[in-house]
Design a protein around this ligand. Structure first.
Ligand code: HEC
Length: 165
């Protein structure tokens, strides 16, 4: 019996060490300031600080990779979340969205928060301060509304031949 436990432990250890060899990419690609959300949208400091605290890790190229992002299998899950997060909403490469898409993405930010869907649950466990209070959700949503209105106005005054998507 003892022997089995011992061998069991050794096997678990070997597997654990083995999977560490499979390291995901933990990227933070270079930032082009001209493409960031701040270059297109007024982001007041109080909004920015909420985004920085709760969203930047998965929706910008300013991800702070924690120590456990170096330990498989957590590393795989985290890298996947960041990859999917950036591909659904990237505040660093905001300028690559069409005008319409920028408006839609702003709306989505408020929608996700109203549904209490962001930041995703596992992140909240590891970052207890990341969840937004009701007042913070209201602040973000009223910012979204103001900026959306401003962008829509700018849109109707621009030429009709402009980009469509
Ligand atoms: C731990 C990573 C993580 C954090 C932190 C995070 N998100 Fe996300 N976010 C994701 C992932 C993964 C997706 C894509 C899959 C999904 O919708 O669950 C996503 C998708 C989104 C989308 C796109 C939804 C759609 O309909 O395509 C929006 C908008 C969004 N997040 C907003 C936010 C906001 C705002 C915050 C901060 C309050 C935030 N996220 C924090 C991981 C994260």
């Amino acid at each position: 019996m003892r022997k089995t436990v011992k061998w069991g432990g050794i096997i678990v250890l070997v597997v654990f060490l083995g999977i560490q060899l499979v390291q995901p990419e933990r990227t933070n690609p270079p930032v082009d300031q001209a493409k960031t959300i701040e270059a297109y949208v007024n982001v007041p400091p109080e909004v920015k600080s909420i985004l920085e605290r709760s969203c930047y890790d998965c929706h910008t190229h300013h991800t702070k990779w924690p120590w456990y992002s170096y330990v498989a299998p957590a590393s795989w899950l985290l890298a996947q979340d960041v990859k999917n997060g950036r591909s659904s909403l990237n505040l660093t490469t905001w300028g690559e969205y069409s005008e319409r898409k920028r408006i839609a993405k702003l709306d989505q930010i408020c929608d996700e928060l109203m549904e209490d869907a962001m930041p995703i649950k596992p992140y909240r466990i590891m970052h207890p301060g990341a969840a937004l209070s009701k007042a913070e959700v209201d602040l973000i949503c009223s910012w979204v509304e103001d900026e959306r209105d401003r962008l829509m106005e700018a849109d109707t005054t621009s030429s009709p031949a402009q980009e469509r998507e």
